[in-house]
Design a protein around this ligand. Structure first.
Ligand code: CFM
Ligand code: HCA
Length: 537
């Protein structure tokens, strides 16, 4: 696979040698050279080593930015100092398409209580109430979410009590999130908190089901680069009704009636598995993972959905759509393939993209020499069946685990256990090892929560043709003469999901790796002596 200049095991050994003993011992368990066999165990979802330079974000980012951010008509009011709002303002590039220009859309705004020293000393609840009343008076929203940042948890302001009181006073749905940034070990805790609150306060409040024969929810799709728009197009073409999307291009009303769907399909399992499992327990809605990153993966996912409904008409329609879309995809791939085949990629992204995008690269004939998640759990690497979710939720120590019971009046199992087992046997559900590692080749380096030092060493030794990560890594990597594709933001391009998305990706990657500009950049170690810091013990 690709151009391996030194044995990955030796690479690992050299990197670990640079660390103090205790650090090396811990990093040893988070770096794995694949021997091609499954099952395989990796250490993940544990605290980052202070000072090591992680790419991770905080709990507030996972809750407010990721899960709730893309919903256009819930006002996201941040209780905290202004910086927490200002630096999160529009940074996740949420896209949405309100049906009319008059429809509610608060996504471009930045709402904050702008806490000051006096609020830290004397408490900020009064200020929060005042902010809720003010935002209600000006915007008359259907709903307000209140998000706690670090100081709020430290001083003990009760955002939930304020939410209850204001809900009573104003008569709209208001709920709080205890998503202080420091909770958990990464963004992942924030996803869990967001999921719990949606389940407690929103999902199931409206029993009117939309029209449609095959009703699905799309979970874990956040409309980065317009991905959800492309998936909506495909679903509509196939005759599938999208009840709600968590949470790309979404509204609170869609969440409220999500339980009327027949099936939950999951794109990013890491960020939304809690909602999927709770909806299954409460309403009897089964779920399985899909992957719409990659044209072949998209076709496979559509076939799985059609198989689930076991309806000949739907299956025929899906095949027609696949045939039509694939004709365009095939034409695009034929043009770029000779220029991309044999090249090497590395992918370090949050909790699912470092896996999903490997499909797109393999369509280009490219191999993934190294990949890892910022904050994925062991099940995201090893496969869900191997590790029950509960065991891997170490970051959820401080997070309420909701007790969910079947809602007797509304529980309607869309399939019996036997039917689900039969479908799984056909490949409809998830396989035993449905995580990242089962899809990676022997010799690949799998690195959890990669440190900056490890990233530099990967590039220096292996010179990948493309490195995929985020904004924090982009310019360091490009200064080393290696193109970096942001897989969080698509460098403001996209969509990359679905069929049209795959074509966009092929063309963008072809352009990036085949421009001659990278050869003109000399990496610092090629032109000057290397100054390396020693890690203290
Ligand atoms: Fe899921 Fe996401 Fe991701 Fe994620 Fe994120 Fe994101 Fe990501 Mo950035 S929910 S885990 S917390 S797919 S914001 S839309 S791009 S790190 S790989
Ligand atoms: C976050 C959000 C982020 C950051 C992206 C990046 C996103 O985790 O706080 O580092 O480029 O996708 O916006 O993951």
């Amino acid at each position: 696979m690709g151009k391996i200049e030194i044995d990955p095991l030796r690479w690992k050994e050299e990197v670990l040698k640079k660390y103090p003993k205790k650090v090396a011992k811990k990093r040893d368990k988070g770096i794995l050279v694949h021997d091609g066999e499954m099952p395989k165990q990796i250490m993940a979802n544990v605290r980052s080593i202070p000072g090591i330079i992680t790419a991770r974000g905080c709990t507030y980012a996972g809750c407010k930015g990721v899960v709730l951010g893309p919903t256009r008509d819930i006002i996201n009011l941040v209780h905290g100092p202004i910086g927490c709002s200002f630096y999160a303002w529009l940074t996740r590039r949420n896209q949405t398409l309100p049906p009319t220009p008059e429809s509610e859309n608060f996504m471009n705004y930045c709402f904050s209580t702008d806490m000051q020293d006096s609020n830290i000393v004397f408490g900020g609840e009064l200020k929060l109430k005042q902010a809720v009343r003010e935002v209600f008076e000006i915007f008359k929203p259907k709903s307000i979410g209140i998000f706690s940042t670090c100081p709020v948890g430290l001083i003990g302001d009760d955002v939930h009590a304020v939410a209850r009181e204001m809900k009573e006073e104003l008569g709209i749905n208001i709920f709080g999130f205890s998503c202080e940034g420091y909770k958990g070990v990464s963004q992942s805790a924030g996803h869990h908190i967001a999921n719990n609150t949606l389940m407690k306060h929103v999902i199931g409040r409206n029993d009117t089901a939309p029209e449609g024969k095959y009703k699905i929810n799309m979970l874990g799709e956040y409309n980065i680069g317009g991905d959800a728009f492309e998936l909506e197009r495909i679903f509509e073409k196939c005759g599938l009704t999208l009840v709600s999307s968590f949470s790309g291009n979404s509204t609170i009303e869609q969440f409220e009636r999500a339980h009327t769907a027949d099936l939950n399909v999951i794109m990013c399992h890491r960020s939304i598995n809690y909602v999927a499992e709770m909806m299954e327990t409460k309403f009897g809605i089964p779920w399985f993972k899909v992957n719409f990153i990659g044209a072949d993966a998209s076709a496979k996912s559509l076939r799985r959905i059609a198989e689930y409904f076991e309806d000949a008409e739907l299956m025929a329609r899906v095949e027609e759509v696949i045939a039509e879309e694939m004709a365009i995809v095939k034409e695009a791939i034929e043009t770029v393939y000779p220029r991309t085949t044999g090249k090497v990629a590395m992918l370090f992204v949050g909790g699912s993209r470092a896996h999903h995008y490997q499909e797109l690269f393999s369509e280009l004939g490219m191999s993934t020499l190294s990949a890892g998640y910022e904050f994925g759990h062991r099940d995201d690497y090893e496969g869900r069946r191997v590790i029950p979710t509960i065991q891997v939720d170490a970051d959820s120590r401080n997070i309420e685990v909701l007790t969910i019971e079947a809602d007797e009046t509304r529980y309607r199992p869309r399939k019996t256990d036997e039917e689900i087992a039969a479908l799984n046997a056909k490949g409809c559900g998830f396989g035993e090892y449905d995580g990242m590692m089962a899809d990676m080749a022997k010799g690949a380096l799998i690195i959890d929560d990669i440190s900056h030092y490890e990233m530099e060493k990967l590039i220096e030794i292996y010179h990948p043709d493309i490195f995929c990560a985020g904004i924090k890594e982009k310019y360091c990597v490009q200064k080393m003469g290696i193109p970096l594709k942001q897989l969080h933001s698509y460098d403001y391009g996209g969509p990359y999901a679905g069929f049209e998305g795959a074509v966009n990706f092929y063309n963008d990657i072809d352009m990036m790796i085949n421009t001659s500009i990278w050869k003109m950049i000399k990496a610092p170690w090629q032109v000057e002596p290397v100054i390396e810091a020693e890690y203290g013990v």
